[in-house]
Design a binder for this molecule. Structure first.
Ligand code: ATP
Ligand code: MG
Length: 387
C-alpha cells in the first residue's frame, strides 16, 4: 500500500489557499486533510507575516510535538529578517507571494521523491486496519453495519475492502447489487502468488469505491480453505487496503477465529433485548477463555436503538459489564429501502439519523475523537464514546 502524503494548510489568504489546493490535488500521492486539522500530517504549509514572534513560537511547538513531518512557509513579506527567521525555524521551503505554481510543484515533487526513497530504503510496509464485525444473534444488523461503515470510511477517502465471512448465506452481493465477483476460496487456491496487485485486480470494485471479497457458494470452497490460507490472505488485504471490514455473521468458526486473532477491532453487534444481551455476555466470556480478542479491542455497537427502550442502556451495560461504544438508531424504512435497491444507506437516506450515525462512526474510527464542530446533531443526541 502506498501511503498518501498528508498535507495540511494553515493559510489565511484565500487566493493562496486556492492555488496551493489546486497544485496539491494535481500531484498523485498527496492528500489534503481538511477534516481533522489537528491530526498529525507529513507536511504543513504555513502562512506567516502577521505576528512573527507568535508564529515562530507556534512552529517550534509543532516541531517538538512531532505531529508535523516538515514545514514549508509562505508569506507576502520578503524582508531579510523574515527569511532568516524562517531558515532558523527549520522551514524546508519558503514560497513568496504571489505563489509561483511551478515552484510549489517542484518542491512537492522533491518532497515525494525523498519520502519514496526513505520508505523504500526502510522497506516500510504500512499495515491497514482489520475490523471484524460479528452478531450476538442472527439478523441483528451485521451486514448493514459492515456495508455502511465501509461506505462511511470510503467517504473519507480511505481505501476499503469488505469481506464476507458468512459461510452459508452470503448476503453482501445483494446489499451491494453485485452479480459476479471472486470469492476468497478461489483466491485462496493461489495464495502463494497473491500480492496486492493481483488482489486488487481480482476484487470487484463497487461504484461507492468499496472493494468486495465474497464468500464461496456451496460448502466445497469453504472446506478447501484452511485458517492458514485465510490468515495469509488477510495479511495481503492489510497491505493493500487502509481498512478491511469483515462481515463475520453471527457464528464463531475456525476461519473467522483465525481473522479475529489479528483483528485490530472486533465489533460485537447487539440489540436491546435479553437474548442478544445474554449472547453478548457469552461471547465476552468465550473471548476471555480463548485469550483473544483482547478486551480493549472489543467494541459493542447497539443497533436498532429507539428512544425510551424497555431495557435502558445503562442497565444493559451493567448486565454485560461492558459499555456500548456506539448506538445506531432504528430505521426500518431506510434500511429496507437500501437493501431492496441494492444501495448503501448513505446514498438512499442522506439526511436520516441512521445515515449520520454511520458517517460519525467512520469519523470516530478515523479521528479517534472528532472535533466538536465536525459532530452532527445525531452525535449530540446520543452521547457515545466512539470506537
Ligand atoms: N438500524 C436498523 N434499523 C432498522 N432495521 C434494521 C437496522 N439494521 C438492520 N435492520 C434490518 O434488520 C434486518 C437484518 O439486518 P442484517 O441483514 O444487516 O442483519 P445480519 O446480522 O447481517 O443478519 P444475518 O445474521 O442474517 O446475516 C434487515 O431487514 C435490516 O433492514
Ligand atoms: Mg448478514
Amino acid at each position: 500500500m502506498t501511503e498518501d502524503i498528508i498535507v495540511e494548510l494553515k493559510v489565511k489568504n484565500p487566493r493562496v489557499t486556492e492555488e496551493l489546493t489546486k497544485v496539491i490535488a494535481s500531484i498523485e500521492g498527496f492528500r489534503l486533510d481538511k477534516r481533522f486539522p489537528d491530526k498529525p500530517c507529513d507536511l504543513l504549509i504555513l502562512e506567516i507575516g502577521d505576528d512573527l514572534k507568535e508564529e515562530f513560537k507556534l512552529i517550534h511547538t509543532m516541531q517538538s510535538s512531532k505531529k508535523v513531518g516538515s514545514i514549508y512557509l509562505t508569506s507576502s513579506r520578503l524582508e531579510p529578517e523574515v527569511l532568516i527567521e524562517a531558515l532558523r525555524a527549520g522551514a524546508r521551503e519558503f514560497f513568496s507571494q504571489p505563489i509561483k505554481v511551478e515552484e510549489v510543484r517542484r518542491a512537492l515533487l522533491k518532497f515525494k521523491e525523498t519520502r519514496t526513497k526513505y520508505t523504500d530504503g526502510k522497506a516500510k510496509k504500512r499495515k491497514g486496519k482489520l475490523i471484524h464485525i460479528i452478531g450476538s444473534k442472527g439478523g441483528v444488523g451485521v451486514t448493514t453495519i459492515a456495508v455502511n461503515l465501509a461506505a462511511g470510511l470510503v467517504g473519507h477517502d480511505r481505501s476499503v475492502a469488505l469481506v464476507d465471512m458468512n459461510l452459508t448465506f452470503s448476503e453482501l452481493p445483494i446489499f451491494l447489487d453485485v452479480k459476479e465477483s471472486f470469492d476468497w476460496a478461489e483466491i485462496g487456491k493461489n495464495i502463494s502468488r497473491v500480492d496486492s496487485t493481483l488482489l486488487k485486480s481480482s476484487l470487484y470494485k463497487h461504484p461507492s469505491g468499496i472493494f468486495l471479497l465474497t464468500s464461496p457458494t456451496g460448502l466445497d470452497g469453504v472446506n478447501q480453505t484452511t485458517p492458514d490460507t485465510i490468515g495469509k490472505l488477510m495479511e495481503v488485504m492489510q497491505s493493500t487496503f487502509e481498512y478491511t471490514i469483515i462481515d463475520g455473521g453471527p457464528l464463531l468458526e475456525d476461519l473467522s477465529l483465525k481473522i479475529m486473532e489479528t483483528a485490530d477491532t472486533v465489533i460485537v453487534v447487539g440489540v436491546l433485548n435479553l437474548l442478544s444481551l445474554n449472547n453478548i455476555k457469552r461471547l465476552l466470556w468465550t473471548f476471555q477463555n480463548l485469550g483473544y480478542p483482547k478486551k480493549e479491542t472489543i467494541k459493542i455497537i447497539l443497533n436498532r436503538y429507539e428512544k425510551d427502550p424497555v431495557l435502558t442502556v445503562k442497565e444493559s451495560e451493567q448486565s454485560i459489564d461492558h459499555s456500548f461504544s456506539w448506538l445506531i438508531p432504528n430505521d426500518f424504512k431506510t434500511t429496507m429501502t437500501a437493501i431492496n435497491l441494492g444501495k448503501i444507506i448513505l446514498e438512499v437516506g442522506k439526511n436520516t439519523d441512521i445515515s449520520k450515525s454511520f458517517r460519525d462512526l467512520a469519523a470516530s474510527i478515523l479521528g479517534g475523537s472528532v472535533p466538536e464542530k465536525e459532530k452532527t446533531g445525531f452525535w449530540n443526541k446520543f452521547k457515545k464514546t466512539g470506537l
